[in-house]
Design a protein around this ligand. Structure first.
Ligand code: NAD
Length: 424
């Protein structure tokens, strides 16, 4: 880990950099993968499964039988946990539904918006190093609430060519029927072009490693929309003198264990909390099964001592973290200073894993500084908003002169005439 004591502001722009792979290398690879999938469809997917996931998959589609068997392999306790998480995620996302609001801008001129679901959506469920069945809930629940007609799920198979049973169970619970064994950039390409078995979709959702993020970005040139760049996980923790070092260390490690390209940032105004957190990380990491990933991620991570909480928030806004934890006493006072963050956790008991799994908020969030211009996934991500207007004769009389004048000034006389002809 890199330790910085009271770094000057001029150096901050270097401290907010993420450990990203060489973009040139990735983009060549993505172009090749897309070309191969477009040309050879399922055959290409089977070959990529072999190459990248060491999996022999005769069939890309998951069968009904595999889904039924999955249910039997999961403990009742885990099923109940998944159901409770689903309930909370449903509750929070259902609350995002808005009533149609009709506005009379001028007497006789009424405008409003209505939502329509994106018809076909593709959800990518990461499975390279950990089977993230929680992501199924995060994407399929709002897709269903929004009314999407078709939900296509892609996830990498394990070495035996199987999908983790908890992913299949969560998919069934959330009404996803089309599940396919393919991961990485090739899965994104398949949902973009469609193959013999996988339908093409209108919008692709979901987090993933840097290959998945680059592929989603590339897919947009074929007219497919994406949710946002949601890549390797990050957390930034701000701690004052009342923070609990063991809690801070646990939160930092919870993101570091995602993968070697994850990044965690710890900022403290208190030397004792700072030193004890660093010590606690050394102790807690030993017991983690994924401590190799965590140790690699920590190598790219920054631990920063800073003078004031105001400065800490300033740094955080420049970094724009996916997850921001305020382990500080007076967090309410600092909420208005937060400009850029994917999701925020307040106080000593709001651990980030709560949002990852079960509190109700969505865990598909912008990384790599994209919290400066993107929101995380929400119900809105699955709908388009269509505007409507209705003008009565009186409405057009009230607004006509304005439209005619503006159209004439732009030299668009057919536009002007569409009003004049009605008001004659
Ligand atoms: P993944 O499913 O994203 O990626 C695995 C796939 O990557 C493989 O199937 C393979 O096709 C491809 N791949 C691997 N190495 C490759 C190579 N050298 N060349 C080409 N393709 C290759 O699973 P993962 O790797 O475990 O990553 C999951 C990621 O998702 C982590 O980085 C985690 O931090 C991130 N994540 C982000 C969020 C968010 O909201 N931002 C949420 C959860 C997880």
């Amino acid at each position: 880990m890199k330790i910085y004591r009271y770094p000057i502001k001029d150096s901050w722009k270097d401290l907010v950099k993420r450990p990203v792979l060489e973009q040139k290398e990735i983009s060549g690879l993505i172009t090749d993968i897309f070309a191969e999938v477009e040309k050879n469809g399922d055959k290409a997917l089977r070959e990529f499964n072999e190459k990248f996931d060491k999996a022999d998959t005769q069939s890309i589609s998951v069968t009904e039988e595999e889904i039924e068997n999955a249910e039997k392999q999961i403990s009742n306790e885990l099923k109940q946990a998944i159901q409770q998480a689903k309930e909370n995620i449903s509750k929070f996302h259902a609350s995002q539904k808005q009533e149609i609001q009709k506005v009379e801008t001028v007497k006789g001129v009424v405008c409003w918006r209505e939502n329509r679901a994106v018809e076909k959506v593709g959800i990518y469920i990461p499975g390279g190093t950990a089977p993230l069945f929680s992501t199924v809930l995060m994407l399929a629940v709002p897709a269903n609430l929004a009314g999407c007609k078709e939900i296509v799920l892609c996830t990498p198979p394990d070495k035996n060519g199987n999908i983790n049973p908890a992913i299949l169970y969560a998919a069934k619970l959330c009404g996803v029927s089309k599940i396919f064994k393919t991961g990485g950039a090739q899965a994104v390409a398949a949902m973009t072009f469609g193959t013999e078995t996988i339908p093409a979709v209108n919008k692709i959702f979901g987090p993933g490693n840097q290959f998945v993020v680059a592929a989603k970005e590339y897919a947009q040139r074929y007219g497919v929309a994406i949710d946002m760049p949601a890549g390797p996980s990050e957390v930034l923790v701000i701690a004052d003198e009342q923070a609990v070092p063991d809690f801070c260390a646990a939160d930092l490690l919870s993101q570091a264990e995602h993968g070697s390209d994850s990044q965690v940032v710890f900022i403290s105004t208190d030397l004792k909390v700072f030193e004890e957190t660093v010590k606690a990380i050394g102790q807690q990491i030993r017991d983690l099964p994924r401590n190799e990933f965590a140790a690699q991620a920590l190598e790219n991570s920054s631990f920063i001592l800073i003078n004031t909480l105001k400065e800490a928030l300033e740094f955080s806004n420049l970094y724009a973290p996916e997850h921001l934890i305020l382990a500080i006493a007076d967090f309410e006072k600092y909420i208005p200073l937060i400009e850029n963050a994917g999701s925020v956790f307040l106080g000593n008991y709001s651990c980030e894993s709560a949002g990852d799994y079960a509190s109700g908020t969505n865990h598909t969030l912008p990384t790599n500084g994209y919290a400066k211009n993107y929101s995380g996934v929400s119900l809105d991500s699955f709908v388009k908003k269509i505007t409507f207007q209705q003008l009565s004769k009186e409405g057009l009389q009230n607004l006509g002169k304005t439209i005619e004048l503006m159209a004439e000034a732009e030299g668009l006389f057919a536009h002007k005439n569409a009003v004049s002809i009605r008001l004659k």
